[in-house]
Write a protein that binds this ligand. Structure first.
Ligand code: MLC
Ligand code: AMP
Length: 503
């Protein structure tokens, strides 16, 4: 079994069913619709073209493109060809793209014409040996009519994805995710959330992350459901689609719910989402106030779940049964979780500690990084390997529900995107006049958290120039929103900045 066969089963069952609908409100273009059969045929054709251009099993293919039907076609084609998809956050800029391409050395870079100005800033060194840049909206240039070839045998243990996720060292690490890992999350969620073939999901989340790609797209395609894909989130259009019975499911990061609420509060009369059967939230903590306000305004209780790039989905509130605001529920089918102290001893329910997980959903390690892989796992008394999530948690002794309390590491989550302070600190330190820098997360009503930089400077710094310079190097959501100037940073005897004091 692999992810292509999972999709092929759905296509064999209902070939004429609509798999994908794509609407770009800004462009005003007519919707694009594809049946399971059409998606299958196109993906096969692209897989053959990739193979003819020299793509082999195990090769990496980087994706730098927005949500669009061709993303799905190309991705399925990569899986069919036995290659590994490496998605890149579209907001990433030169430094970040350079690191990913040079770390996993993809043979092809799949992109779109709109990204050409950004890619034009990359030198051949930045591209890390990419042999071909394939724009999905210029297929005439590379998609020649070809005979279908016999695809390679792809096993469940083979890698499907390398997804870059923030690293403690400042540079992101490539999580190696197998077909089986994704299958485990998908089958677990299909059972837990009662996915059905007549489900329709409105999906504006980016396909370059686990949330959009695995929880949204793969679950839908495996269920024979319909995906209403959007290039970006638009609160007005979302409410319009949901109020007209256009979907049964909606998944968002908390920022999306904050924006929906903002609009819903101003609407009179309130829309009726009566075809909707499930609103889910994840990727960052959903504030209890958001949960309550959403229920008050819509009558729907948001189902909060918890996952990670490295593990897919781990815990979830129940589909049937009480959903508790502020809690992430219990382990999904096939997932095992425990909460441990600093010596990796399992704690009794009610005690706070680090959350460890294991299961077929958990990845095997980081690409080219045995050291960080080893540091992320531990082996228990029975010889079983557990992944250290870095998230602090407590389990309710009565209900068994888990509540997340924060993170062991310094990760900042802004609107569902991860930011590692170290990466920004290193950049700030290379700016003339900055002697020392520390970045922390500041609370923000819409984004959850935003980066705030504490700087020790020689003389005055022009903040506007500094911000513009940072934006030219990094994704703009990582650029500090606030600056504070201090004479020195509080450090412990080891020289480590005491960030809790800065906060
Ligand atoms: C955009 N901006 C952000 C931001 N996204 N700032 C802070 N945090 C963010 N997340 C900034 C841009 O830098 C830009 O700033 C300005 O907002 C407008 O950009 P935009 O691209 O037009 O924004 P918008 O389309 O409105 O995007 C907001 C968003 C997006 C919430 C829709 O951030 C998003 O799709 N987030 C979801 C991320 C996600 O799917 N995470 C899942 C990770 S998987 P400027 O200065 O340039 O104007 C995972 C596992 C799990 O964590 O459990 O699911
Ligand atoms: P990523 O590396 O992008 O996959 O982010 C994973 C991290 O997102 C987890 O380690 C958590 O810290 C956070 N996260 C995901 N879901 C939730 C949630 N429901 N509540 C709080 N934090 C979450």
């Amino acid at each position: 079994m692999n992810l292509w066969t999972l999709f092929a089963i759905a296509r064999a069952r209902t070939p004429q069913k609509e798999a994908l609908e794509f609407v770009n409100v800004e462009s005003g273009n007519a919707p694009i619709r594809m049946s399971y059969e059409e998606l299958y045929t196109q993906a096969e054709r692209w897989a053959t073209a990739f193979a003819q251009m020299g793509l082999r099993k195990g090769d990496r293919v980087a994706f730098f493109l927005g949500n669009r039907p061709e993303f799905v076609i190309a991705y399925l084609a990569v899986l069919r060809a036995g290659a590994i998809m490496v998605p890149i956050n579209l907001r990433y800029r030169r430094m970040e793209i350079y690191h990913i391409l040079n770390d996993c050395t993809p043979r092809f870079l799949v992109t779109e014409k709109a990204q050409e100005p950004i890619l034009a800033e990359l030198t051949s060194t930045d591209l890390g040996g990419v042999e071909r840049i394939l724009a999905v909206d210029a297929v005439d240039e590379w998609l020649s009519p070809v005979e279908t070839q016999r695809p390679p045998l792809v096993h469940g243990e083979d890698l499907a994805l390398i997804m870059y996720t923030s690293g403690t060292t400042g540079r992101s690490k490539g999580a190696m995710i197998s077909h089986n890992n994704v299958l485990a999350t998908v089958t677990g969620l299909m059972a837990a959330w009662a996915w059905q073939a007549d489900d329709v999901i409105l999906l504006p989340l980016p396909l370059f992350h686990v949330h959009g790609l695995v929880v949204g797209l793969h679950c839908a395609l495996a269920s024979g459901a319909t995906v209403r894909l959007r290039p970006k989130f638009d609160a007005e259009e979302t409410i319009d689609v949901l109020a007209h019975g256009g979907a049964t499911l909606f998944f968002g990061v908390p920022t999306l719910y904050v924006r929906l609420l903002d609009l819903l509060e101003r609407m009179d009369p309130k829309p009726d989402f009566n075809r909707m059967r499930l609103f889910c939230s994840g990727s960052a903590p959903l504030a209890a106030e958001t949960y309550i306000a959403f229920e008050d305004l819509t009558g729907h209780r948001i189902l909060e779940r918890y996952g990670m790039t490295e593990t897919g989905m781990n815990l979830s509130n129940p589909y049937i049964g009480p959903r508790v605001p502020g809690s992430v529920g219990t382990p999904l089918p096939g997932v095992f979780a425990r909460i441990v102290d600093g010596q990796n001893h399992e704690l009794a329910p009610g005690s706070e500690g680090e959350l460890l997980v294991r299961g077929s959903n958990v990845f095997d390690g980081y690409w080219n990084d045995k050291e960080k892989t080893a540091a992320s796992f531990s082996v228990d008394e029975a010889g079983i390997r557990w992944f250290h999530t870095g998230d602090l948690a407590v389990q309710d002794p009565e209900s068994g529900y888990v509540t997340l309390l924060g993170r062991r590491h310094e990760l900042i989550i802004s609107g569902g995107f991860n930011i590692y302070p170290r990466e920004i600190e290193e950049l700030l330190l290379s700016y003339p006049g900055i002697r020392d820098a520390a970045v922390i997360g500041a609370p923000h009503p819409e984004w959850g958290e935003v980066p705030l930089a504490c700087l020790v400077c020689e003389g005055e710094i022009d903040e506007i120039s500094l911000v513009n310079w940072c934006k030219s190097q990094l994704a703009s959501f990582k650029v500090p929103r606030h600056f504070r100037y201090v004479n020195e940073l509080p450090r412990n005897a080891m020289g480590k900045v005491l960030k809790h004091l800065l906060k």
